[in-house]
Design a protein around this ligand. Structure first.
Ligand code: ZN
Length: 338
């Protein structure tokens, strides 16, 4: 194992203050990572079975988005939008599950595979495009940027159920949940490595083994880290960087989306909170402080001060919501095996 390179990556990430804000937020995000790890399952991601052409997916997204504000029109305008005679949205057929993305310069790349996944992907990326900050890279976006997109995926699921079978519609949510579990493992192991590095000014085989030796052998933490640490280190070296600051927005997004979806089910007016959130992420007029003030008035399971704050009561509610989702997933997996 190339520990020198790993130590360099850890040093650059921690000591140079590049990730100061993210590290500050990580302390609270740790509580959310624990929710995933305490109720963890392993199962495979599921594949879609129905072929759905791209135009049908675009129709689905338009039909869904036109229920909110002027989102239907904005969707169509962006589809037609050009920059230097090139469309800003590119649709690229890809069967390798490549991740679609929206650049900070406004360019959207959608990788589609002619399944129902495309409807979710297109909607997801367009919500990022609606939320694009015009003047600066938004610091809060790094933390809460996936809250609106994943919550809208929940609502889109209900919309698509009117047209497609349950089995097919639910796959997106299940696969997302599994992907978030994987991300939580990565974040957790990186937290351990960061702590070890801070304590010892270096990480190597001896330091890691001593750390593992000190853990209770029957504990979940030991069993788990014993397996995941070598893989996590290999991955960091391959990527040439840590990943917690990329992943934490998905952890918060997944858990908060369950919370918000529940609220919206009980009171559809709560959709306004979601639209406010999308507007905050994309506004170009208000200052950061004003954004935070509005954000703190919304019905969300977290607050912002210097960094994000997740109260213990919220952790309890988020844990319950998450466990319900995992139970659904388990029930469904069993049903499929029969
Ligand atoms: Zn996203």
């Amino acid at each position: 194992m190339n520990y020198d390179f790993l130590n360099l990556i850890l040093e650059v990430s921690i000591d140079n203050n590049i990730l100061d804000d993210e590290l500050k937020n990580l302390e609270e995000i740790k509580k959310l990572v624990a929710i995933f790890l305490n109720y963890f399952i392993t199962c495979n991601i599921r594949n879609y079975t129905k072929k759905i052409d791209l135009n049908e997916s675009i129709d689905n997204v338009y039909g869904f988005l036109k229920q909110f504000d002027d989102y239907g029109d904005r969707f169509l305008n962006i589809l037609r939008e050009e920059n230097d005679k090139k469309y800003t949205v590119s649709f690229i057929k890809d069967l390798s599950n490549k991740q679609s993305y929206t650049n900070i310069d406004g360019k959207v790349n959608i990788f589609y595979n002619e399944s129902l996944r495309d409807s979710y992907t297109i909607m997801h990326e367009f919500i990022h495009k609606f939320s694009l900050h015009k003047n600066k890279i938004s610091k809060i976006e790094n933390i809460i940027g996936e809250v609106p997109t994943i919550t809208l995926e929940h609502l889109m699921k209900n919309f698509l159920l009117k047209k497609y079978p349950y089995d097919e519609v639910i796959i997106n949510k299940h696969n997302d949940l599994l992907a978030s579990m994987d991300k939580s493992i990565e974040i957790y192991t990186e937290i351990i490595l960061i702590d070890l590095y801070k304590k010892n000014k270096r990480v190597d085989d001896i330091i890691i083994n001593n750390f593992l030796e000190d853990l209770d052998k029957s504990s979940f933490e030991y069993q788990f880290l014993n397996k995941t640490l070598p893989f996590a280190i290999k991955k960091i070296i391959e990527n040439k960087h840590l990943s917690f600051y990329v992943h934490m927005r998905y952890i918060l997004g997944t858990l908060t989306s369950i919370y918000l979806n529940d609220k919206i089910k009980k009171d559809s007016n709560k959709i306004e909170d979601l639209i406010t959130l999308i507007n905050i992420l994309g506004n170009s007029d208000l200052t950061y402080k004003n954004d935070i003030k509005i954000l703190n008035q919304l019905d969300l399971p977290f607050k912002f001060e210097e960094s994000i704050i997740i109260p213990d009561d919220s952790v309890k509610i988020l844990t319950k919501g998450y466990q319900k989702e995992v139970d659904n997933l388990k029930k469904y997996q069993r049903y499929k095996i029969k």
